[in-house]
Design a binder for this molecule. Structure first.
Ligand code: ZN
Length: 133
């Protein structure tokens, strides 16, 4: 069903501060930032090898990233796997009885179609499916 690891989503309190570590210290390249209003996040993309680090800063104290940091602190928030056909993947998961956060795909950063699986169905890992352009 899933292809490569599309990206690793990391919740950060301050995007600009966190970026310095990834760019200045680790030498990764920033490939842009984007605000996704629907998810109340500002996102930075840092490609590495065949995947990407996605840094997520909340734009709203009530947003999911703010709540994640409040509960667990900064750190890895989700893993995203690429799928060729997200509607088909969601239908297959639903048929297998897997609990979904998103029954239908929504718009994600970078113009991808994304959907999250419920962590209760994945042994505690928030998993995102991503279908790119
Ligand atoms: Zn993501």
């Amino acid at each position: 069903m899933v292809g490569k690891l599309d990206h690793i989503g990391i919740a950060v309190a301050n995007l600009d501060e966190s970026l310095k570590f990834y760019t200045d210290i680790l030498g990764m390249e920033l490939h842009g930032t984007e605000t996704v209003a629907e998810q109340k996040v500002r996102v930075a993309f840092l490609p590495v090898g065949d995947t990407e680090v996605e840094l997520l800063e909340s734009t709203d104290p009530e947003g999911p990233i703010a709540k994640f940091i409040e509960a667990k602190g900064q750190g890895i928030q989700h893993l995203a796997f690429s799928v060729p056909d997200i509607e088909a993947a969601l239908a297959e998961l639903k048929a297998k009885g897997i609990r979904l956060i998103d029954e239908k795909p929504r718009y994600g950063a970078g113009g991808a179609k994304i959907a999250f699986l419920h962590p209760k169905a994945t042994n505690g890992v928030l998993i995102e499916l991503s279908q790119r352009g």
